[in-house]
Design a binder for this molecule. Sequence first.
Ligand code: ATP
Ligand code: MG
Length: 464
Amino acid sequence: MRATPRGVAYGVPDYALCALRALEDAGFEAWVVGGWVRDALLGAPCHDVDITTSAHWREVKRVLGEKSIPVHETGTAHGTVTAVVDGKPIEITTYRVEGSYTDRRHPDEVTFVDDVSLDLARRDFTINAMAYHPERGLLDPFDGLADLGSGLIRAVGTPELRFNEDALRVLRAVRFACRLGFEVEASTQEALVRCADGLEDIALERIGQEVDGIVRTGRMGWALMAETKVLVRAVPEVGPMVGFDQRSPYHAFDVLEHTSRVCRAVEEFTGGAASPELRWAAFLHDVAKPVTFTQDETGRGHFFGHPKVGARMSEMVMRRLALPHDLVAPVRTLVRLHDHVVRPTPRSMRRTLLKFEGACPGRAASLAFALLDLKRADAVSKMPMCADYAVEIDGVERALRRELASGCVYRMRDLAVSGSDVIEATGIKPGPGVGLILKGLLSAVVNGELPNDRRTLIESMRIQ
Ligand code: ATP
Ligand code: MG
């Protein structure tokens, strides 16, 4: 993404103008700032509007309150309130500077100031340190527009000082570089590497938010190679992957480079629209290779059990980073199944769907397709001779589509019998036993041992 550095691609939305005008009519100064300005200059989809103002937050509350605009005190310690106009939130923050950061996380104090350029100077990157006003135009004291044009992430001020103040900025730099497809400017990059250790002082859930943000850009493949040290500090399990020689005839690359290629390949196979779970699974699918590595007498490397161990490690990494269960569960399952054998047969497809349904109820079909994309990506990221497997997967995908279209059985509710049939046929009392019997029947139908026929299933229960 590159800016056409001529001006904003669209105007400040009316709901935000309403708050901005109210503040200025009351004699204060106000600017739109940060992400909205950056994205409007890039012509990227419209971003939430943040306003920065000379008004103290109490004044903001009073002025907007007089216009019947609801205002919530969302961060008054930092001078921030949130106004809601036409149902849309606008963060409004008083111009401020930050004191020293003795803990490298939180400023010891914030001081409100009356000059917008001081407020811009406390911001992290030049592209995030621009203010815009519909009449006064762009305020760009650090040449953010030029950096947007040339695709550079550059710290405002002395990079090392800025990263030492707040080490989270190290990950923010990588996230913005990934999101925008930018490079990190040379002196900012040097400081990133020198200051990455500071991430140790940052709360794990904040690191998790940023790493998840990086994964979701679809550019983790780039980040792993270009920003290795930063990622090793954020996710220490990446460390042993760096330069890990697989000693395998199937592998042309070390574990890190292979992983990076798989991350890139899942984007190629999905037209850049891989789901977050597929992106995370690509990132972590081989995380257990270093710990499961063995060599046979010929010197060849093996990684027995790495999908299973990797699934546990993926879960550990993601839980430590406080990521939500509905993301962790599918990632863990994709990692566990990434080497699972799939064939273009109805039975193989039903078995695969059954495994996903058991681990992530309701999401089996989309995860089965994600697994096939992961397998394709894995295949094209090994030795050239392995790439043919990606073509075989096309046949498997056709089989999966056919099975799903034919209404195949892989969920309890697809069975031709229900819990009450089980109770009636076996005389068993309602309880967990009923579920176990249904599970057994489902497995038999999925494996083709019994037809999904009500009478036959009831009969089979009677016999047992
Ligand atoms: P996003 O689309 O990711 O929300 P954004 O630019 O709006 O992008 P926010 O994290 O919402 O990013 O922060 C809003 C603005 O606040 C940023 O543009 C930047 O100017 C400033 N900012 C946020 N976090 C920091 C930080 N850790 N250090 C310095 N400035 C920051
Ligand atoms: Mg934002």
